[in-house]
Design a protein around this ligand. Structure first.
Ligand code: URP
Ligand code: ZN
Ligand code: ZN
Length: 574
């Protein structure tokens, strides 16, 4: 058994230690303010106007830009041994690409290899990741068998190693049966951890695939045919039923179809929102038509599970589910394989390694399909790309918000700049990009990781090993205290005068109600122009004449200060 590598702390140059972001529009999930941000030693020290700052501080002018919490990608697979091969992007390439796209934190899956214990999978992941990561990260552990040893390992991982989430599969050779899933859910509940499930009915898929191959369907088009929507929706429903019997919270990874989203919505209503759902960047931007492309390499490049759906309205519906709070988070499920790795399934679609890219593109893709297309506003964008994941995995308010005391993980976003996604310019190790040719309005111009400017006016200067492993404590309040979260009042905002010194800036009123809970709409079914969930007192894009150009009016208006910031009062909240 190996132990994690010890890291030597990086001492930054003094000029890099201190940073002022001026004239930007700060966007949190619960409000937007015109304020400056002063950062020292990787942490947000002050937020306000006319801040008095030490000499030698670097200043970034964010006029006309949104200043948002860096993205949190809750679903990546770097250095994953899967389907007889290993994913193409390692922890360095993967986190470098993440930062290039505006993501400053990833949660990677550590899934035990054949014959490996869960605890050893954790040590192995730390050993690989710690020296390479360019941004902070944490881990979800995979549970692929059930025994006393697994149970003990789960206890050690939660008590000693900062793990608070465990993923199970209902398909692949890694799958557990319902009884085993029930037992893992019970254990998670006892530990205050969050069970996560990949929902597809593996036994039905196996039978369907055998039938298709017998009919001579061997190409990538057979993949979706063997695992259609109802096979996903049935498993979502079953996982939710088991969670309800155990009375545990549950997180459903990569919801990829309308039927699965509706099954989740029904379960959320029944369980007082103790079930959380994630979809993918690929899910909101691509459909299944690619998988029947005549070129094998093209079609195989789009194979993942659950699959992209042939129903071409699915991507927009998934985006609407995110707007309606039927889904809460967006991941990339970044799990890349080269052309030659995908060709392992040339004669049998069952052998095509499953997975697509997305860690670099997720933020721009969600902005394009969500904000630019008018379905959500920038606050909801922050919620579904960062804050909700931070809350669910108990990283909040250290991560997932811009508040005094939070880590300085920040993206300065130019909504007026555009970028065309292409494999020719991406930062990852594969030949194909599933978003090839997509024009995105919205570009991360500066990305600040732990207070250090890593994307600097569009130029990427990734630092291998700059990131840290972040422990995630059990009993996340957002997950385990949902009943109380429902009673929380929306955050109040009020106009206040500009301030002239840092002394006056700590104006926050103490607030224990950190999680404003949006209300679900009447209808679960997506309709174009549906309303994104907004806490009371805040604008919804469909209710208003919201426009990005107005929103970024360069004349600075009177300040709207969030009196009860997401992080509670400004001092010592952890
Ligand atoms: O096809 C996928 N999603 N590959 C990654 C493994 C998983 O199921 O998350
Ligand atoms: Zn999965
Ligand atoms: Zn995955």
């Amino acid at each position: 058994m190996s132990t994690p590598v010890k890291k030597v702390p990086i001492h930054l140059q003094s000029a890099q230690n201190r940073l002022l972001i001026r004239y930007g529009k700060i966007v949190n999930e619960d409000g937007t303010t015109d304020d400056d941000i002063y950062i020292e030693d990787g942490v947000i020290k002050h937020i306000g106007k006319n801040l008095i700052i030490p000499g030698g501080t670097r200043v970034i002018d964010a006029r006309g830009k949104y200043v948002m919490p860096g993205g949190i990608d809750p679903h990546t697979h770097f250095e994953f041994q899967f389907m007889g091969t290993c994913t193409a992007d390692n922890y360095y390439q993967g986190t470098k690409a993440a930062v290039a796209g505006g993501t400053t934190f990833v949660v990677n899956f550590a899934i035990p290899d054949v014959g490996q214990s869960v605890l050893d999978a954790y040590y192995d992941a730390r050993q690989r990741a710690d020296p390479k990561v360019c941004c902070d990260y944490s881990l979800h552990m995979g549970v692929t068998s059930w025994s006393n040893k697994v149970e003990k390992d789960m206890e050690i991982l939660t008590a000693e190693h900062g793990i608070n989430s465990f993923k199970m599969f209902m398909t692949y050779s890694l799958m557990l049966n319902d009884e085993e899933i029930y037992s893992v859910f019970e254990k998670c509940k006892k530990l205050g951890a969050l069970p996560m499930v990949h929902c597809e009915n593996g036994l039905i898929i196996k039978k369907n695939a055998e039938k298709l191959l017998a009919q001579g369907i061997t190409g990538p088009e057979g993949h979706e045919l063997s695992r259609p929507e109802e096979v996903e929706a049935e498993a979502v429903n079953r996982a939710c039923v088991i969670a309800n019997q155990v009375d545990t919270p549950l997180y459903i990874v990569h919801v990829m179809s309308k039927s699965a989203g509706l099954a989740l919505d029904a379960a959320r209503k029944k369980s007082s929102k103790k079930v959380f759902g994630e979809t993918l960047a690929a899910g909101v931007a691509c459909d299944g038509s690619h998988c029947s492309h005549e070129c094998f390499d093209h079609a195989a490049g789009y194979i993942l599970s659950p699959p992209l759906r042939p129903d071409t309205t699915t991507p927009k519906t998934l985006m609407n589910f995110l707007a309606q709070d039927i889904l809460q988070t967006t991941g990339s499920d970044h799990c890349t394989f080269t052309k030659s790795q995908k060709e392992m399934g040339k004669d049998d679609f069952r052998k095509i390694p499953n997975g697509v890219n997305g860690v670099e593109e997720r933020m721009s893709v969600i902005w394009e399909k969500g904000v630019h297309s008018g379905i959500i506003d920038p606050n909801r964008f922050v919620a579904i790309t960062s804050t909700n994941a931070a809350k669910i995995f108990n990283l909040y308010p250290r991560k997932g918000c811009i508040a005094v005391g939070s880590d300085a993980d920040i993206v300065i976003w130019n909504p007026n700049a555009t970028k065309v996604i292409s494999a020719k310019t991406h930062n990852i190790a594969i030949e194909l990009n599933v978003f090839e040719g997509m024009e995105c309005h919205g570009v991360p111009e500066y990305v600040i990781v732990n207070g250090r400017v890593i994307v600097d006016d569009g130029h990427l200067k990734a630092v291998e090993g700059h990131g840290r492993y972040i422990e995630t404590p059990v009993y996340a309040p957002y997950v385990y205290d949902v009943a109380n979260a429902d009673k929380i009042k929306p955050i109040r905002v009020e106009h206040i005068e500009d301030e002239i010194s840092t002394q006056k800036k700590h104006f926050y009123v103490e607030n224990t109600n950190m999680f404003p809970t949006p209300t679900l709409p009447e209808s679960a079914v997506s309709t174009p122009g549906c309303k994104g969930a907004r806490p009371e007192g805040q604008r919804n894009i469909q209710d208003s004449t919201f426009s990005i150009s107005e929103e970024l009016d360069l004349e600075r208006k009177s300040c709207i200060r969030v009196k009860n910031p997401p992080g509670g009062k400004s001092s010592g909240f952890w």
